[in-house]
Design a protein around this ligand. Structure first.
Ligand SMILES: [Cu+2]
Length: 172
């Protein structure tokens, strides 16, 4: 009796363990901080503000304003016409600051002048002639009144006492 012993071959299958070591190294960073499209828009507001505080233009030497048809102490009837004179500096409309120019104002019973740089108020006793007018008609109550011609720049800032002139009139 032969016993055939079967020796099973254990085929050790070489399980190739490809321990797939391909480590996907994702350096997730390369979002290159390249040229950012951020426009550094500098606001121009600063320079605009600078322009707003530009000084009152210089007064040309010899410039003056005067009432053409009114004399100090004159007696008049209301209403009456006032002729406003200026020489040595341009007469222009209000709106923008221009060198060596301005427009007339009449101050009624408000002193001899407005301090240089003061914005002329706009009311019944501070009259503006921002369209470069040379004449005006005034209506005043009877009695004595001081009328002051005051020149100011394009944005109504007074040229001060150097470009002002006053007369006192008596309205009958
Ligand atoms: Cu004015």
């Amino acid at each position: 009796m032969r016993k055939i012993g079967l020796i099973p071959f254990l085929l050790l299958g070489m399980v190739a363990c490809n321990d797939g070591g391909s480590k996907t190294e994702e350096t997730a960073t390369d979002t290159a901080a390249a040229s950012s499209a951020m426009d550094t828009t500098h606001h121009v507001a600063d320079t605009a503000a600078m322009a707003e505080i530009a000084p009152v233009p210089e007064i040309p030497a010899g410039a003056k304003v005067f009432f053409k048809n009114l004399k100090n102490g004159q007696k008049i009837k209301s209403p009456f016409k006032v002729q406003m004179g200026v020489s040595g500096i341009a007469l222009d409309s209000a709106g923008v600051i221009k060198p060596a120019s301005g427009h007339h104002h009449i101050l009624i019973d408000n002193g001899d002048s407005l301090a240089l740089g003061t914005v002329v108020p706009k009311d019944s006793t501070h009259l503006h002639f921002g369209n470069a007018q040379k004449e005006a008609e005034l209506k005043l109550t009877p009695g004595e009144h001081k009328l002051t011609l005051q020149y100011a720049d394009g944005i109504h800032r007074s040229y001060g006492g150097k470009l002002a002139s006053s007369v006192t009139v008596t309205v009958q």
